[in-house]
Design a protein. Structure first.
Length: 177
């Protein structure tokens, strides 16, 4: 089982503006950034995202963008929107229970998405790799990628590359202490 984060941040470490806005991501143009998002998506079995991220994607008013199964973490949401039935489903429980269920169902390479979800996985030491693209914009404030994590996690840089419009991607793998 491998849990991988793939996310963009501003230079100052925010994944969204204070109100959840993502327009600043237009700075990089093509969502692939010229640095492998399509290949990454081909390498995973499913996505695990939080309810806020799921609702944000629904709010874009576009066709559901994921070809892989999406599992939405929520203790309050009972079912997904009918427009994504069969493409997404709600899952709940402890993160270790959820990972166990997904592994038993044959999902071995999971894309972990959404700020709170990533933070929760880090606190439980459940992130194996992080692919973080820094976009050359300073937001000044917003929703941080890393916040209030009292668990130390160590990663080693295994690759970096420049993408479109000055975006830089860093690929980290878990490093044993």
């Amino acid at each position: 089982m491998k849990n991988i984060v793939y996310i963009a941040t501003s230079m100052d470490g925010y994944i969204a503006t204070k109100d959840g806005g993502l327009d600043w991501l237009n700075e990089i143009g093509d969502p692939d950034c010229g640095i492998g998002f399509s290949e990454f998506m081909d390498s995973i079995d499913a996505l695990v995202m939080g309810r806020n991220t799921y609702e944000k994607v629904l709010s874009f008013g576009i066709e559901w963008p994921y070809l892989k199964k999406v599992f939405v973490l929520s203790n309050t949401l009972k079912k997904v929107d009918p427009s994504v039935a069969g493409k997404a489903e709600v899952i709940n429980g402890t993160l270790k229970e959820i990972i166990g269920k997904l592994n038993d169902a044959g999902y071995e390479h999971l894309y972990i998405d959404g700020g709170k979800t990533i933070q929760s996985f880090l606190k439980e030491d459940l992130i194996d790799e992080m692919i973080i693209t820094k976009v050359p914009v300073v937001l000044g404030e917003g929703i941080p990628l890393f916040e209030n994590n009292d668990h130390e996690s160590r990663f080693k840089l295994v690759a970096s590359m420049e993408g479109n419009n000055g975006a830089i991607q860093f690929h980290y793998k878990r490093d044993s202490f």
